[in-house]
Design a protein around this ligand. Structure first.
Ligand code: ARG
Length: 273
C-alpha cells in the first residue's frame, strides 16, 4: 500500500507576455506598462522553484497579447478529472479561455462549461477545502452568485457561497485560504456580515486564522498550501508565528511584480490533480 500522500500537479504559465495592459481591478490602476519583465521572470522562477520539491509543475505555453494568462488559478476549477472552465467577466481576459480549455482537453479532463452565460473565474473564486470537503465560492465582482449551486451539483460536494464586499479583494483567493488540518486563513473585512457569519459557523474559532489589513493587502491570503508548507508573498512576524502554531511552515517569496496586476502566489498556480 502506498502510504505517501498523492503528489499533486500544479499548473503555471511563464510570464513571457505578462504586464499591465488594462485596468480591471484596483491594483492595476496607475500600473499600466510599469512592470519589470526581468524582475517578474525572476520572481516567477523563484515561486516555481519553491513548488517543485512539493508538487509536479505543468507548464502552459505563454501567449502574446494575453498578459494575465500567467494567473492560471483563473483557468477553471478542477477536482479529479473534472473541470468547470472559466467564462471571464472582463472581455479583456476572454481570449485566454481557448488556451485553458485546450490544455484541459489535451490532458483528458472532462471539460464542463458554466451554465447559460454565467460568469465564472475558476479557482480565483472557488476553493476546495479538502479538510472539510466543501467548496468555498465567492461572488460579487467576477463570478456569478448562481455558480455555487452549479458547482455543488457537478462535484457532489457542498458549496458555501460568500459575498465579497471590498473591490480590492475581488476574487475569493485574495482574501480566504483553506489550509491543511482544517485551518482557514481569511481577511474578515473582505466579506459582507452574513458571509463572515457563515464562515464562523462552519470553521471553529481555534481553526480560524484571521489576518490584519496590512497582511491582507500584501496578499498573504493568496497562498499556495502544499502539504505543511504555505508559500506566500509576505506575512508579518505575528502571522508567521500563527501559521507555525498551526503546524505549518510559511515560506515567503516576493511577488511584487504580479501584485501590480492584482495577483500573487495562489493566482499564479492551479491545482489540477
Ligand atoms: N489582472 C488579473 C485580473 O484582474 C489578476 C487575476 C488574479 N487572479 C486571481 N486568482 N486572483 O483578473
Amino acid at each position: 500500500m502506498d502510504e505517501n500522500p498523492r503528489r499533486k500537479t500544479i499548473l503555471m504559465c511563464p510570464p513571457d507576455h505578462f504586464g499591465v495592459a488594462y485596468v480591471i481591478n484596483p491594483w492595476m490602476e496607475g500600473q499600466t506598462a510599469r512592470t519589470d519583465p526581468s524582475e517578474a521572470r525572476k520572481q516567477w522562477l523563484a515561486l516555481k522553484a519553491l513548488i517543485e520539491p512539493l508538487a509536479e509543475v505543468a507548464v502552459l505555453a505563454p501567449q502574446p497579447a494575453l498578459p494575465d494568462l500567467v494567473f492560471t488559478a483563473n483557468a477553471g476549477f478542477a477536482i479529479d478529472r473534472q473541470v468547470v472552465v472559466s467564462r471571464f467577466r472582463c472581455p479583456e481576459r476572454r481570449g485566454e479561455e481557448p488556451f485553458f480549455r485546450a490544455f484541459f482537453a489535451a490532458r483528458g479532463f472532462d471539460v464542463i462549461d458554466p451554465p447559460d452565460d454565467l460568469h465564472f473565474e475558476g479557482a480565483g473564486d472557488a476553493l476546495h477545502d479538502a479538510a472539510r470537503d466543501l467548496i468555498w465560492v465567492g461572488h460579487g465582482f467576477r463570478s456569478h452568485e448562481d455558480i455555487a449551486p452549479f458547482l455543488e451539483a457537478r462535484f457532489s460536494t457542498r458549496a458555501v457561497s460568500l459575498a465579497l464586499a471590498d473591490p480590492r479583494f475581488y476574487h475569493l483567493d485574495t482574501c480566504l485560504c483553506p489550509l491543511p488540518g482544517g485551518y482557514l486563513m481569511y481577511f474578515p473585512g473582505a466579506f459582507d456580515p452574513a458571509s463572515r457569519a457563515r464562515i464562523e459557523a462552519i470553521v471553529p474559532e481555534g481553526k480560524r486564522i484571521r489576518v490584519e489589513a496590512a497582511d491582507a493587502e500584501a496578499f498573504c491570503c493568496n497562498a499556495v498550501a502544499l502539504d505543511g508548507t504555505v508559500i506566500l508573498n509576505q506575512a508579518s512576524p505575528a502571522l508567521q508565528e500563527r501559521l507555525r502554531e498551526a503546524g505549518l511552515t510559511p515560506l515567503l517569496t516576493p511577488l511584487t511584480q504580479f501584485i501590480k496586476a492584482g495577483g500573487a502566489a495562489k493566482c499564479l498556480t492551479l491545482e489540477i490533480q
